[in-house]
Ligand binder design. Structure first.
Ligand SMILES: C[S@@+](CC[C@H](N)C(=O)[O-])C[C@H]1O[C@@H](n2cnc3c(N)ncnc32)[C@H](O)[C@@H]1O
Length: 273
């Protein structure tokens, strides 16, 4: 079944996402995520995974006796490989943590950024996939709390800064300005000085991003939580811009092939005054 869905063996893509099962393909490698309500053996049988022509690799959700959920890796063939998406090559790493370096639910965001010009600030950059996708001839800056994945996304004219986004933006206010600012945060995190979540704190985060966005610049705001609709996210962004004293219009809405309600990913591209 899976071989029939994805036979060419060339690129990467999400082939399935439903009922707590996500199947991503990276060349001949199949990356599977199964939440604790599913049985891994049944998933193998139901999707014909034993017949897959390459390695199956993944993350399995398990529940302990108290019902507490946790995730563990299975069949971890460690190593790096290059994978192509939208005509661009990305270095990926398997077996070293749950991330491969490339989140396939934000493929459309990378495609969009690939058509933009202007010096770019990539916040929560992870393995810098956004900057690898960027067509900007003026380079930019990647910022992430952890430098663990920086080596996967090295690009000339781009600087990698290991820092808390909140602290970086506060420090750079009035000193740095970018024509494109991309903010693709996790839904919650513990930073250097505080714990925060996008549901609660996105408007405040925007007040730190907008001073770094140039006049007529693009502020690309993404939310990864399924707990809010596009409309609720739009209102959060509006509120953040209002507190910042900036005006903006949505120039583009970016979702996923699978629909935001399943993936959670919502991106709004704001053209600021
Ligand atoms: C879901 S990944 C972001 C994906 C990335 N935007 C991309 O396009 O591949 C979340 C990243 O946010 C980083 N992070 C979490 N809290 C942070 C903070 N307060 N400041 C900077 N980075 C943070 C994590 O280290 C992680 O790499």
């Amino acid at each position: 079944m899976i071989n029939k869905w994805y036979g060419d063996g060339k690129e990467c893509g999400r082939v399935y996402n439903s009922d707590g099962i996500v199947i991503d393909v990276f060349n001949s490698l199949l990356y599977l995520r199964v939440n604790p309500s599913n049985n891994l053996n049944e998933v193998y049988d139901n999707f014909g995974l034993k017949e897959w022509r390459g390695n199956v690799f993944g993350v399995e959700g398990v529940k302990n006796r108290e019902g507490k959920e946790s995730y563990q890796m299975f069949k971890g063939n460690e190593g790096e490989m290059i994978c192509e998406e939208n005509g661009i090559n990305y270095n990926l790493r398997f077996g070293d943590g749950f991330s491969t370096g490339l989140f396939l639910d934000t493929s459309n965001l990378r495609k969009y950024v690939g058509g933009l010009e202007g010096r770019t600030l990539n916040l929560f950059s992870h393995a810098n996939a956004i900057s690898i996708a960027s067509s900007s001839s003026r380079g930019g800056v990647n910022v992430d709390l952890s430098s663990k994945y920086f080596d996967l996304g090295v690009k000339d004219d781009w600087k990698n800064i290991e820092d808390d986004v909140w602290e970086y933006c506060k420090r750079k206010k009035g000193k740095e300005i970018f024509e494109v600012v991309v903010c693709d945060p996790p839904s919650s995190s513990v930073g250097k000085k505080r714990r925060w979540s996008t549901i609660k704190d996105y408007p405040e985060l925007i007040t730190h991003l907008s001073p770094l966005t140039s006049s007529n610049g693009l502020l690309i705001l993404c939310s990864n939580t399924k707990k809010q609709t596009y409309d609720e996210f739009y209102k959060q962004c509006k509120k953040g811009l209002e507190i910042s004293g900036r005006k903006g219009e949505v120039e583009k809405v970016i979702g996923t092939e699978w629909g935001w309600w399943r993936e959670g990913v919502k991106c709004l591209v704001w053209r600021l005054d």
